[in-house]
Design a binder for this molecule. Sequence first.
Ligand SMILES: [Zn+2]
Length: 151
Amino acid sequence: MKAVLDSPAFFSSIGLSGELYTTPLVVAELKDLRSKVRFDLLCESGLRVQEPGRETRARVREAATRCGEGEVLSETDLEVLALSLELQAGIVTDDYALQNAAYRMGIPVIPLHQKGARRFTWRYRCTGCGRLYEAPGECPVCGAPIKRRLK
Ligand SMILES: [Zn+2]
């Protein structure tokens, strides 16, 4: 499982494994000892902190604004969405606004309250950059149309 962790993933004790990433703004939100310890432990087992590109971030902001979600999403949310798109990873969160935006952008969400991660399938491919999505639409990374993937 390839996933980007939102801050709630560090406040919960859900078991996480696979190829894990998070962003600098999420790390900045970890202020209490418990989540910091969890962050350190996950880093030891391979968690990587990565920043999405400026352009992806701008496109995600555009897409969110188009869906009327620009107001409710924080800078951290936008960063998490952008990194997920770049890495073709799911998002681990329990934040409602972020889940909604991810759903609209075709990014799989791994909810925290659910036991075990749901297996997701990427059925659509961007005709421009080739990134995979769960839903058709316009690619938030490059702007090309997303179409059903031919196997
Ligand atoms: Zn694309």
